[in-house]
Write a protein that binds this ligand. Structure first.
Ligand code: PAF
Length: 282
């Protein structure tokens, strides 16, 4: 496994792979890798000749400095595990490499970015779109792999790729969960044992709401019940719990079995913000 620090460094390997007509799969990450990331890596390993994992904690997608400063980092462990997964290249750029200067460009996604994560994290998707575009331009992958846990992010990246005619195939990999249902996330590492227990409210509320909707309970009743459930969890503070169209992210006011839908939730456990989602009608 080669560790690559700059675009120039990668370029020589890229030229070799181009000559040999090899396919390149990119798994963009911010490190602190968990089994959810390894699902992406394994999928890439199955499908691509050359697997590149990037590890870069992108400052421009954090609107909260404390969240950025405390984002977990487990680089040595990450590298050891990626080696075991037979990854070919790990791209670990420095901030100055990705941002030699502050980008003047900003990318807007209309209605896609004014709801859910976009509404609560202003500027977040602009930061994601800029860094993902940079990674795509530097690595030039044929396929890029993202997790369904960041559902709205996958919608944004699909839009980016389509609107800019990027010739990149996107593969979205289902959310990996702990045995008790908690969606895997690097931020879980920052939960105290008590917050970790109470964080189960995210996945359990999604499962409960799904069952009730499919059993015919009206959405407004389900929604109100879930809000009350969150109020009973002392360390949890709900930001949103919405029933949305999984591509436009427009919230529904009623549940309809004939329309695509997903449930999306965001909540704080103490100071740690977690998100999760569950498809209802895919
Ligand atoms: O999902 C993430 O880890 C990040 O948003 C990504 C796609 C690596 C961009 O920084």
């Amino acid at each position: 496994m080669h560790v690559v620090l700059t675009g120039a460094d990668w370029h020589k390997y890229w030229l070799k792979s181009l000559k040999k007509d090899k396919s390149i799969g990119l798994v963009p990450t911010m490190g602190a890798l968990h089994e959810g990331h390894f699902d992406l890596v394994r999928k890439a390993r199955q499908e691509s000749d050359i697997v590149v994992v990037s590890i870069f904690v992108n400052p421009t997608q954090f609107h909260n400095q404390e969240d950025f400063d405390n984002y977990p980092s487990t680089l040595e462990e990450d590298l050891a595990k990626l080696e075991l997964e037979k990854v070919d290249f790990v791209f670990i750029p420095k901030t100055e490499t990705i941002y030699p200067e502050k980008p003047k460009l900003s990318i807007h996604f209309g209605n896609l970015e004014t709801v859910l994560e976009g509404a609560f994290r202003p500027g977040h998707f602009n930061g994601v779109a800029i860094v993902v575009s940079k990674l795509f331009n530097i690595i030039k992958p044929h396929t890029a792999y993202f997790g369904q846990k960041d559902l709205q992010q996958t919608g944004i990246i699909r839009r980016l790729v389509n609107d800019l005619s990027m010739n990149i195939n996107l593969v979205i990999v289902p959310t990996r969960r702990e045995d008790d249902g908690l969606a895997m996330s690097s931020r879980n590492l920052r939960l105290s044992p008590e917050e970790r227990k109470q964080a189960l409210i995210l996945s359990s509320s999604l499962t409960k709401a799904k069952q009730e909707l499919l059993a015919g309970k009206p959405w407004f009743e389900v929604h109100n019940q879930i809000k009350r459930d969150f109020e009973e969890v002392p360390l949890a503070s709900l930001e949103y719990f919405e029933l949305v169209h999984p591509e436009s992210f427009v919230s529904y006011t009623d549940f309809d079995l004939t329309k695509k839908s997903s449930l999306c939730v965001a909540a704080y456990l103490g100071k740690i913000r977690l998100i999760d989602n569950l498809p209802i009608i895919p």
